[in-house]
Design a protein around this ligand. Structure first.
Ligand code: ZN
Length: 606
């Protein structure tokens, strides 16, 4: 593929013939490109072997020779193009695209009747590697096309949806019309789209507060009237959603053109730039695909390894949309659904095998674990900093690409802290934290013991501040403990009687958790130094025997869990402590021998 990196795509003009009745396609694609090398004499592009390449013309309409090698073609240019020199090729082709279901959802180019509404539709869906199945192109994530014009001639009973602005509909002989769409925003090869079918158009206007003008929302809904009535709520939700995301992430990136929906009978949605294709039209999917206009289209993942930056943010945006625009009960449902699917994940969010399309678009790993990880990042950063990161990510990478590393750098830079551990634990690392939490209250002392494990990778322990809501008749309060080890024990002087505690009351953290009150928990479970000194029996009911080396003139002290001294004595060698008149409970016993050795341990009287 390296030969294709010798040029930069500036502009495409697609001039196609497509009907709603089959996937047969014919026409031409003109490419304007700029040489990136000192001598460019060969122009390589991708086109699936099942499509017939009719001819290739140069800028002066002269025929150029070409060779096909399976799914690519090499064109011998009319001259050698110097660095930064522009060249133009026009490729005529026709045929029936393949049906190997190699795209993220189905084929690159499909035809089917909607089972619910009967409308028969021809549509494209190129992500990640299937654009070349229906048009000659360069499938490079890094080489965004500066502008694209799309003309489609079809039966006049059809409408054609595509990217950008609809510039004209021109009547042709034999009952045909040509729809001409133009976009002048940079766009990835996989976001170029056409959809052909019988549609009714509905228009609305969104009004984000950053601009005085309004933004056209153009819906191409199946001409069957039931398609409108069944989806009217989602159609109407598009305006407030676009305004919400403009608030959260910055102004809708393609505000000079439009945002659109076009229906096609596939399962799901596809965030084609300025014209999303929708097989399903519920609130969540409308929010998801719209959020992609920021995360995916304006800023595209640098490589398919970084796809969580597209899909994780779009999935988390479904939650944010629910939170800001729907009832609390629905928000909880959306959040739990994301967490539950993330719990089925097995694998690192960061993709290592980009040849596996199913893995790239794994719902459990890329979408839901990715979205859940972003929720943890939101929790770590807090609202203000999290959305600042989102907006800065959009502006500094606008019309371009960003990698996981770029996001990590941005988070570090804007927070002034090092969040590399978050990326290594949640994005590059595998597994989900599982917590066993026990708590107890002794006097005013609140004791919390937290054990964590990782469901998939024991070496990947999560470093997080864990929130606990403490409920008491004196009022509720939230305390945070920093958990980084497999086992952590915390002691707080709480000064109130605790009725109950709730771990992660706002459901920030993707996790498994169990929580219980443990009356035997003292907070000093791990306390044990030895230095050859023993205190036995433990637990004890009455007398305790202290033995060891050099206990002559040794000082023995017993403190209760509140830190009060309850017994103090000097030993004359091995000896006995009379404990029967002390309260039953947990004590810290400290023995200091005359030569300076110290022994501390937990002692339970029962
Ligand atoms: Zn998506």
């Amino acid at each position: 593929m390296n030969i294709m990196e010798r040029y930069d795509v500036i502009f495409h003009e697609l001039d196609l013939n497509v009907e709603r009745t089959s996937t047969y396609i014919s026409g031409s694609v003109t490419t304007l490109a700029k040489s990136k090398v000192f001598k460019l004499d060969t122009f390589m592009f991708q086109l699936h072997a099942s499509l017939i390449l009719d001819s290739v013309l140069g800028a002066k309409n002269q025929k150029l020779n070409f060779v096909r090698l399976t799914d690519v073609a090499l064109v011998l240019l009319d001259s050698s193009y110097a660095l930064d020199q522009f060249l133009q090729v026009k490729i005529y082709y026709h045929g029936t695209p393949p049906s190997g279901a190699s795209a993220a959802i189905g084929n690159g180019f499909s035809n089917k009747a909607s089972p619910t509404y009967a409308n028969q539709i021809t549509w494209s869906l190129s992500q990640p590697y299937s654009a070349y199945e229906w048009w000659p192109c360069k499938q490079s994530l890094q080489d965004k096309i500066d502008s694209v014009f799309i003309s489609v001639t079809t039966d006049s009973t059809n409408k054609v949806g595509a990217n950008g602005l609809l510039k004209s509909i021109t009547s042709r002989p034999n009952g045909k019309s040509t729809y001409r769409w133009e976009t002048r925003y940079k766009m990835n090869y996989y976001l170029v789209m056409v959809t052909v079918g019988q549609y009714t158009e509905y228009r609305a206007y969104a009004k984000p507060k950053q601009i005085a003008d309004s933004i056209l929302i153009q819906h191409y809904i199946y001409s069957n009237p039931k398609a409108y009535t069944n989806n009217v709520n989602s159609i109407n939700a598009t305006v407030p959603l676009l305004e919400l995301f403009s608030d959260l992430y910055g102004l809708y990136p393609f505000y000079k053109e439009k945002y659109g929906h076009v229906m096609a009978p596939f399962s799901g949605g596809m965030e084609h730039q300025t014209m999303t294709s929708l097989g399903v039209m519920d609130f969540g999917i409308v929010a998801h695909e719209l959020a992609h206009q920021w995360f995916g289209d304006n800023v595209t993942c640098a490589t398919w390894k970084d796809i969580w930056l597209n899909e994780g943010f779009a999935t988390y945006s479904e939650y944010l949309a629910a939170k800001y625009l729907t009832a609390a009960s629905n928000t909880t449902t959306v959040l739990n659904s994301m967490f539950n699917d993330a719990k089925k994940s097995d694998g690192n969010v960061y993709v290592t095998d980009t040849t596996n399309v199913n893995r790239i678009f794994s719902s459990d790993i890329t979408y839901n674990k990715g979205g859940s990880a972003i929720r943890v990042l939101h929790y770590l950063l807090g609202d203000s900093l999290f959305f600042k990161v989102c907006r800065q990510y959009q502006t500094q990478n606008a019309n371009g690409n960003a990698s996981t590393f770029d996001m990590n750098q941005l988070v570090n830079q804007l927070s002034g802290k090092n969040y590399n551990y978050f990326f290594s634990q949640w994005i590059y690392g595998n597994g989900i934290p599982s917590y066993t939490v026990k708590w107890n209250q002794i006097g005013s002392n609140f004791i919390l013991a937290v054990e964590q494990s990782n469901t998939a990778d024991p070496s990947n322990l999560f470093q997080l501040p864990l929130p606990f809501l403490i409920k008491s008749t004196a009022g509720d309060t939230t305390i945070y403990v920093q958990q980084g080890e497999a086992k952590n024990m915390y002691n707080f002087n709480i000064g109130r009687t605790i009725n109950s505690i709730v771990f992660d009351n706002d459901n920030w953290i993707l996790k498994y958790a169990s929580l219980s009150k443990d009356a035997t928990l003292s907070g000093i479970e791990d306390l044990f130094t030895n230095n050859g000194i023993r205190i036995q029996p433990n637990p004890a009911s009455a007398n305790v025997y202290v033995s060891g080396n050099n206990l002559l003139h040794a000082q023995v002290s017993l403190y209760d869990i509140q830190g009060r001294l309850c017994l103090s004595t000097i030993l004359n060698g091995n000896g006995t402590l009379e404990c029967s008149n002390l309260n039953r409970g947990v004590y810290i016993a400290i023995v200091k021998s005359c030569d300076g050795l110290v022994h501390k341990q937990k002692l339970v009287l029962e």
